[in-house]
Design a protein around this ligand. Structure first.
Ligand SMILES: C[S@@+](CC[C@H](N)C(=O)[O-])C[C@H]1O[C@@H](n2cnc3c(N)ncnc32)[C@H](O)[C@@H]1O
Length: 572
């Protein structure tokens, strides 16, 4: 768990004061929360729309505000990777005497600063011991997210950071953070690393405790980081990162994402110049549209720093992120943020905890589905494969849209469409992206942190369809699994000629005897799949292992869902 220590709160108080963070102590308190580190509690009734925290963007730790920002820019390392490298320098090189961020960072990374630590590292499940991982085999975390495997990019990032640190030492005599002191890796070529990447990682994990610290720091960052804007990208936001997660949130994190990508201001010389340039361009005869919006004109404008400063100073006052109460909050209540519409598997993978009564929780049926598909008789194997291919490439997306449309219709009927006017739905989506994904995985975003019902253009097809094969939190089969069973139960005429798979209305028309028979067959298939799902065995005397509490919770929650499902479908 990425929790902080209540004993160290004075550090945060110092930092808040020094950096002009507005944290209304008359209405909020930082308190110790059982099994969740610290959290924020309302000390009085708080009316809806109250701004409870305000943070100047300059007080957010990002790759642009850190001490080594110019080096990172030269090296084009930004986003979460930039934060990771910067944290190593603030904590282990600049330290208390030279780092403006030390009070805040040493609060979040307190354990990482303990000298000679040998164990108790906070690591993603892929780095847990084999006994712990064995207990989680077959869970959603394993089947859907491959969460018991090590993270393939970590060692490459480590190698890149080591090389960069040695280069900075040579070029500007900058001390190398102790975690990155590894001459072997400095001399290692990328080809040599690629050739034996798994073995090299195993060797490092077994021989160098500093590599574990490196992974730990990356994991802590990933569990606390927020998306800020198109200039800073991601950042660690003091105070805002103390709100714990609940699927029902009490607050919204509000900030302007669209700022100038060159200087980060809301309005600035760059933007003014660019607008003027494009106006000029559009007035010039015979010139093509879009000319004048290129990098050159932007570079020219950035040279005119005098003008820019005037505007910047004025707009600095607006460069703040705010936390707003989205409904009335009662005195004494813990105030929750939501990290996203995440199942417990994602919560465990990304943040190291699981929650009971999670409406987005589910149990994977991918293995059971594949086993039953292998046993289907009456339809040729090639036809089954053809249908599965169609489903993965087209069908699953069609049904996703169909369900989205149904949901919007229902919302309109319930009058919920009004929330759109307030922008609340858009805000939800933004929030889901606030705590962003693990380092190095930017391209596989959809694997883990995408809002679960969101289709993105570059979605990984295998991940997408598998993610839809589950039992939901109330023990019902997912509509995707139900539809897939119908499709696999069709005869070739129904699939190829009548194209019933493209006519959901017909499928629901149970008056037709042909459809009735099809639905009976598909229900039989569905029950076969559900029947194959077995309860997880939880040993009575669980070994005393570091993550055993969360593992046990996870297994009990998955078992509870499986039991509800067996009851719903009258299965043994
Ligand atoms: C952004 S921090 C929140 C503040 C944190 N509790 C602390 O002590 O600093 C995220 C971490 O808080 C913990 N956390 C957040 N919500 C939780 C919850 N509902 N139950 C248990 N732990 C939670 C997890 O350790 C997670 O990695």
């Amino acid at each position: 768990m990425s929790n902080t220590s209540f004993k160290q709160l004075s550090k945060i108080e110092n930092f808040v004061k020094e950096t002009n963070i507005y944290f209304n102590k008359d209405i909020l308190a930082i308190e110790q929360i059982p099994d969740a580190g610290v959290g924020i509690v309302a000390t009085t009734d708080i009316p809806r729309d109250t701004i409870i925290v305000k943070i100047p963007k300059s007080s957010i730790f990002t790759s642009k505000t850190c001490t080594i920002n110019n080096l990172l820019t030269e090296e084009t390392i930004d986003g979460i990777m930039g934060i990771h490298l910067a944290v190593l320098y603030e904590l282990f090189v600049f330290k208390e005497s030279k780092s403006h961020w030390y009070d805040y960072l040493s609060f979040i990374f307190e354990d990482c600063l303990i000298e000679d630590r040998k164990d108790g590292f906070y690591l993603p499940p892929g780095y847990w011991c084999s006994e712990e991982k064995a207990l989680l085999k077959g869970t959603l975390l394993d089947c859907q997210y491959d969460g018991l495997k090590k993270h393939k990019d970590i060692i490459t990032i480590y190698k890149q950071f080591v090389t960069t640190a040695y280069k900075w030492k040579q070029e500007c005599d900058l001390e190398i953070p102790k975690i990155l002191q590894n001459k072997n890796y400095y001399h290692l070529t990328e080809e040599e690393l690629d050739a034996e990447v798994t073995k090299k990682e195993e060797d490092l994990l077994n021989s160098d405790v500093r590599f574990l610290q490196f992974i730990e720091i990356g994991y802590i960052i990933s569990s606390r980081v927020f998306e800020i804007d198109c200039y800073h990208l991601f950042g660690l936001v003091c105070i805002v990162d103390l709100f714990n997660h609940n699927s029902k949130e009490d607050i919204h994190f509000e900030n302007d994402y669209d700022v100038c990508e060159i200087c980060g201001k809301l309005e600035c010389g760059h933007m003014v110049e660019t607008d003027e340039d494009s106006e000029l361009d559009s007035n010039e005869e015979g010139e093509e549209e879009g000319e004048g919006e290129d990098g050159e004109s932007e570079d020219e404008s950035s040279d005119e720093s005098g003008n820019e400063n005037e505007i910047s100073t004025h707009h600095d006052q607006n460069d703040v992120c705010e936390i707003r109460a989205i409904h009335d909050i009662q005195k004494g209540q813990q105030i929750f943020n939501t990290y996203g519409k995440f199942s417990n598997a994602v919560l465990l993978l990304k943040y190291g905890f699981v929650v009971e009564n999670n409406p987005y929780d589910k149990v994977s049926l991918v293995q059971e589905f594949n086993e039953v598909v292998d046993l289907i008789s009456g339809v040729e194997k090639v036809d089954i494969e053809k249908r599965l291919k169609w489903w993965k490439e087209e069908g699953v997306f069609l049904l996703d849209e169909e369900l989205d449309d149904e949901e919007s219709d229902e919302e309109e009927e319930d009058g919920e469409g009004e929330s759109n006017k307030d922008g609340e739905e858009e805000d939800d989506e933004l929030l889901d992206e606030n705590i962003e994904e693990e380092e190095g995985e930017e391209e596989n975003e959809s694997d883990i942190i995408e809002e679960e019902d969101d289709i993105s253009d570059d979605v990984d097809i295998e991940t997408f369809w598998k993610d839809k094969i589950f039992i939901d939190t109330v023990g019902e089969a997912s509509p995707f699994l139900e539809r897939l069973c119908v499709i696999l139960a069709m005869n070739n005429e129904q699939f190829d000629v009548k194209k019933l798979q493209l006519q959901p209305d017909l499928l629901e028309d149970i008056k037709s005897s042909e459809i009735k028979q099809l639905l009976t067959l598909s229900l039989k298939m569905l029950k076969k799949i559900l029947n194959k799902k077995k309860l997880f065995k939880i040993p009575e005397n669980l070994p005393d292992l570091p993550n055993i509490k969360e593992i046990k919770k996870m297994l009990l929650i998955e078992n509870d869902i499986i039991l509800k499902c067996k009851e719903n479908f009258n299965l043994q």
